[in-house]
Design a protein around this ligand. Sequence first.
Ligand SMILES: NC(=O)c1ccc[n+]([C@@H]2O[C@H](COP(=O)([O-])OP(=O)(O)OC[C@H]3O[C@@H](n4cnc5c(N)ncnc54)[C@H](O)[C@@H]3O)[C@@H](O)[C@H]2O)c1
Ligand SMILES: C[N+](C)(C)CCCC=O
Length: 510
Amino acid sequence: MLHRLATSLRRPAVRCLSSGSVDIKVPLNFWAGKRRTSQEKCNKENVYEPATGRVLCPLEPCGAAEVNQAVQAAKSAFGHWSKMSGMERAKIMIEAAHIIERRREEIAEIEVVNNGKSITEARLDVDSARLCIEYYAALATTLAGQHVQLPGGSFAYTRREPLGVCVGIGAWNYPFQIAAWKSAPALACGNSMVFKPSPLTPATAVLLAEIYAMAGAPEGLYNVVQGGQETGSLLCHHPDVAKVSFTGSVPTGKKIMEMASKGVKHVTLELGGKSPLLIFQDSDVENAVKGALMANFLSQGQVCSNGTRVFVHKDILPEFVEEVVKRTRAIQIGDPLLESTRMGALVSRSHLERVLSFVDQAKKEGAAVLCGGEPFVPSDPKLRGGYYMTPCVLGNCTDEMTCVKEEIFGPVMCVLSFESEEEVLLRANDTDLGLAAGVFTSDVKRAHRVVEHLKAGSCFINNYNITPVEVPFGGFKMSGIGRENGQVTIEHYSQLKSVYVEMGDVDSLF
Ligand SMILES: NC(=O)c1ccc[n+]([C@@H]2O[C@H](COP(=O)([O-])OP(=O)(O)OC[C@H]3O[C@@H](n4cnc5c(N)ncnc54)[C@H](O)[C@@H]3O)[C@@H](O)[C@H]2O)c1
Ligand SMILES: C[N+](C)(C)CCCC=O
């Protein structure tokens, strides 16, 4: 079925998948312009549909020989792509964006089937991927160096050059969007890419590979190899790889940095978070509640930037809690392919169990479960094996609790009370992580003063989890290195060459 969808380019946007009916029978590796079957016989695991718990397909991990073939394909494409002008590259990227726009529904549906998030969110993820490619296509046309006048008519100029073959390694929470957020700036700068999705969500990165190829990209420009940590490690150690851009957990990020250091490769690390959301007594409570829900329950709470430590001023705590609990209880959980669903399934059985164990631990440590935090079994029989839980709000939380300290990566909001700005800033920053932070207040001076003191890469005033592709995204402290999106990311996928030009004679000291 996936193959038919993947090749029907001009199909109108109609719903054709339903949960429990999909089997993926086509290879999910892609290099040198074609889908490929891995010859590796070992380490085959199953890929599941989170909504139903059914097996979707076996994962075919790539071994050393296949990783090398993909890297060599990327190296060969780099030779051609890096010599093209920005305008020529932009034309192909814009065509890819048009194809994504036409295939929005198909891509979103496959993302839902493989990831478990609601179709409403998956469509927005596909839009973000497309916008990112459009944005960097435009920037590709602007890449330029500097001219520097020097004494005696001599001068220097700088050239912004690509790095070479870049590796992208993705997490499972935004599979298609991560593939686009990494490839768009890489390709715009003239690099080629080998991308490895998470072994839990291998299905959509290969669609992006086909789309770039259909748009006219040279064979091997964007390749996909499937697998887990062995495949990832082969990519990081490969001598022909110039950069590794990684999205995932802090422990894996440290390993990636260590592996990349052996070859002095460039790295971008987009890692985890335990972000604070500060809600002051002068907030518009209606908006603050909406913001807290956006900060905690998108993608079943499996979002790196989530504001999971919700600090609420004691004067508005009862009002805030009542409303946030009421709205959390009203979240429609169920079949992620239905329009009415707002919360689908978590990504895997083991992850669901891990998230539920955080709720149990929170209870033991004295937190109050104000709602949710239980396994959820939908009434539709075909969904009974799915990985669902009710979204949870924890009250009476204190800074020392495990649920407040550790990244849960599920639909669990921790509510904490505070009394003063100074106090809440100290508590908000008391973490090794620094991906995001938010503040709700109607006092404009307080908003900017608080943001100045928050140690986080992405700060939101009176909203949360809004990530336009024009704005850089990335972490402070252990949440990462480098940025994705925005103009600055061009610097993370290119290098400067300085060229000195002598117009006179050589003034030798010897
Ligand atoms: N900052 C961001 O932009 C961002 C976005 C999404 C997710 N995340 C973070 O990702 C985590 C959840 O994702 P996850 O469970 O997929 O993370 P993970 O670290 O377990 O895996 C991420 C990727 O790394 C690969 N990998 C694992 N070990 C490896 C190794 N030794 N060498 C090379 N590759 C290896 C995995 O196969 C996967 O593709 C959370 O901590 C979340 O906060 C961060
Ligand atoms: C688009 N969101 C929801 C902010 C997600 C960014 C990527 C992090 O997981």
